[in-house]
Write a protein of this length. Structure first.
Ligand code: IPM
Ligand code: MN
Length: 359
């Protein structure tokens, strides 16, 4: 089959990890007789440098006409410490989420046996952890009204949610729970926030349609603690935009390397797939960043396109690279040598190709 894939390498290590994901996709295309047509687009600091804005119109068009979007990373340190900067690279990603209505962010977190010794948690605590965060991505405080008073002494960020916004992501989270361990944890701050109370009411109503799923509520502070003390407690976590941003960084540090975690951002019409590690600018151009999160994002992209066998082939290749220790320095701390971004990408692509030959 033929698919159009929008490719946004973005900033920092984005381009180098996306290149490895494309190698994996090309190997899949050859092994399974597909055609992937890539269209590259700019977003973030590179787009600001080239066009003056972080999200050129052309990028939106390329994304809208694609079957799926492969995304690298956004962000550049030159914007981070300047609170008065009017234009920021991150706005490109936020606006793209909004433009394409990518309301559901999915972040799977799994403890790989081979990496447990890299986890900051004790083996017996992290072992068998396997959960997924469903984060609402186009509402809440991220997108509410923002104001700074004329005298610059007071600022506001408004957080608002509608039942409609809560419902659509909630259904996806329940459906995911039905296919997993049938447990859903709603993370909120309902003891303080009105929006959280609306989340609880809406989610508890919807729960009646999913009687096979156990629903629990946790306050976000408690959830962050539990994630560290007892991560196996969780199956599917559902939460609003800001809390999801925070707890997914907590979650990502548990398993040994953030360089392994992929994510998808799904809307009614489109899906965007990206590593969660961000632009990691210190490593830019050094060929040391871990490409596995980007490669696993490509696997999620294939799942989204309905190419399940093909996605499995990528996942098997990633497992193999971890088992053989063909990995970058971030997960080689306790071993002797590591390899480069591009060599990991080559290994994964070769493995996909040869695996198929031997079938
Ligand atoms: C993420 C990132 C973004 C967010 C930034 C880059 C705007 O941290 O995808 O988690 O806060 O959503
Ligand atoms: Mn984040």
């Amino acid at each position: 089959m033929k698919f159009n894939i929008a490719v946004i390498p973005g900033d920092g290590v984005g381009p180098e990890v996306v290149e490895q994901a494309k190698k994996a996709l090309d190997a899949v295309a050859e092994a399974y007789n597909h055609i992937f047509i890539y269209k590259e687009a700019q977003l973030g600091a590179n787009a600001i440098d080239a066009t003056g804005g972080p999200l050129p119109k052309e990028t939106i068009e390329i994304c809208k006409s694609a079957d799926a979007i492969l995304f690298g990373a956004v962000g550049d340190p030159k914007y981070d410490n300047d609170p008065s900067a009017k234009i920021r690279p991150e706005q490109g990603l936020l606006n793209l989420r909004r433009e394409l209505d990518l309301y559901c962010n999915v972040r799977p977190v799994k403890a790989y046996d081979n990496l447990i010794s890299n986890s900051p948690l004790k083996r017996e605590v992290i072992k068998n952890s396997d959960f997924v965060i469903y984060r609402e991505l186009t509402g809440g405080i991220y997108f509410g009204e923002k104001t700074l008073s004329e005298d610059k002494q007071t600022a506001h960020d408004v957080s608002s949610y509608t039942v409609k916004e809560i419902s659509r992501v909630t259904h996806l989270a329940f459906q995911a729970a039905q296919k997993r361990k049938k447990k859903l944890t709603l993370v909120d701050k309902a003891n303080v926030l009105e929006t959280s109370r609306l989340w609880r009411k809406t989610v508890s109503e919807i729960a009646k349609e999913y009687k096979d799923v156990e629903l629990e509520y946790l306050f976000v502070d408690n959830a962050a603690m539990k994630m560290i003390l007892n991560p196996t407690h969780f199956d599917v976590i559902l939460t609003e935009n800001l809390f999801g941003d925070m707890i997914s960084d907590v979650a990502s540090s548990l398993c040994g390397s953030i360089g392994l975690l992929a994510s998808s951002s799904i809307g009614a019409e489109n899906g965007l797939f990206e590593p969660i590690h961000g632009s990691y600018s210190q490593a830019k151009g050094k060929d040391i960043a871990n490409p596995l999160a980007s490669i696993l994002s490509a696997a999620m992209l294939l799942q989204y396109l309905g190419l399940h066998e093909e996605a499995d082939a990528i996942e098997r290749a990633v497992d193999k690279s971890l088992a053989l220790g063909i990995t970058t320095q971030d997960i080689k701390r306790k071993m002797q040598k590591s390899t480069t971004t591009s060599k990991v990408g080559d290994f994964v692509a070769d493995y996909i190709t040869n695996q198929d030959d031997s079938n």
